[in-house]
Design a protein around this ligand. Structure first.
Ligand code: SF4
Length: 351
């Protein structure tokens, strides 16, 4: 079924108050994860007693696919599937097939910690229609990596997952590493070196104050510019222009042709001006910013029998009122913008 809207058939997506088009939808399919990364799901908070979202409250795969159709009708073209750890969600391939069959969707990617990326799983994801993979790996040495994931998981097994992805036919795989001072900055050069000439693109992410549980402090942030200098001193780099407006990572490449590397600079070089990303939680809340404090409940609309026109109107209305630019405000303000409301957790809406 094709939803008709003025945006579906034209390249003009619905725009927010800052004239940013709705181009990307990040879908969290679960808030659960098998890792306890200290900057995202610290064990002291997300321990044995933590109440994860009950299964009955989760959107069904069909409900998620329907919401993706609505977004596509409003001009959305790229879907990223996240979590928690999305590969935990059963029948995920069925969801990917439905999204892949959605009119207007041009790209489907997935972010994973790689721990469940067996050879068979990589093949089934590819066959379902998944186009791109991003795999998180914050260090190559086990001592550091295990101190971050906090579940004693070895880096070598994530590297196996990356090999499985390549063998299944995924190309330009992205490898994301969050860099926190005193935790893994010593691992940066090893990661850069390891993935040179590999075809994978390592992206170093500035440590962010997402949610309220990671004890974020500006002093723990290593500016991407410092990391560029450190890597450039060893492997000369040159800046590369973005692939498209609103691209999240700042692109660099090795002058000796060893490939590309990226930096996600939310803290020191905000990129809110071109942010075209909406986020959907696993229970159907629409967030218009990673640092949002309030989601818009789409699940009640869905389950109260709203038709497509009503859903289109609701989503379009939410986006058109959007004026989020948290990172920009954080960068310009002397202190972090305080709303008095708790920011949503990364594991609840994905990165
Ligand atoms: S802080 Fe919010 S508005 Fe800015 S780039 Fe991130 S998600 Fe977009």
């Amino acid at each position: 079924m094709i939803l008709i809207s003025e945006h579906a058939s034209t390249s003009k997506a619905v725009q927010d108050r800052l004239h940013r088009p709705l181009r990307d939808l990040r879908i969290s399919v679960t808030d659960r994860c098998n890792f306890r990364c200290v900057y995202c799901m610290p064990r002291e908070i997300f321990g044995p007693g933590y109440a994860f979202l009950p299964r009955k409250d989760l959107l069904t795969l069909e409900e998620i696919a329907r919401i993706a159709q609505v977004f596509a009708a409003l001009g959305m073209r790229k879907v990223r599937i996240t979590g928690g750890e999305p590969l935990i969600r059963r029948n995920l391939e069925h969801l990917i097939e439905m999204i892949d069959a959605t009119e207007g969707v041009q790209d489907i990617s997935l972010t994973t910690n790689g721990s469940m990326l067996t050879a068979d799983r990589a093949v089934s994801l590819k066959q379902a229609g998944l186009k791109r993979l991003t795999i998180s790996l914050d260090a190559l040495d086990d001592a550091t990596f295990k101190s971050i994931n906090d579940v004693d998981y070895p880096a070598s097994r994530v590297l196996d997952g990356i090999d499985n992805a390549r063998a299944a036919g995924f190309s330009d795989i992205k490898v994301n590493a969050v860099v926190r001072r005193g935790l893994n900055e010593h691992a940066v050069l090893d990661l850069a070196k390891h993935f040179r000439h590999s075809g994978c693109i390592v992206r170093f992410i500035e440590y962010m104050d997402v949610g309220e549980t990671n004890g974020w402090n500006l002093d723990d942030v290593i500016p991407a510019a410092d990391l560029v200098d450190r890597i450039d001193a060893l492997y000369p780099l040159e800046a590369v222009s973005p692939n498209y407006p609103g691209e999240v990572a700042k692109r660099w490449r090795y002058r000796d042709g060893a490939g590309e590397i990226g930096f996600i600079t939310s803290v020191t070089q905000s990129f809110c001006g071109e942010c075209s990303r909406a986020r959907l939680s696993a229970v159907g809340e629409l967030y218009t910013c990673l640092f949002g404090t309030q989601g818009h409940d789409l699940r009640s609309l869905l389950r109260s029998g709203a038709d497509d026109a009503q859903l289109l109107q609701a989503v379009s209305g939410i986006w058109q009122k959007r004026e989020d630019r948290y990172s920009e405000l954080r960068a310009t303000a002397t202190k972090v913008p305080v709303t008095g409301q708790a920011k949503v957790e990364m594991s609840h809406i994905g990165g």
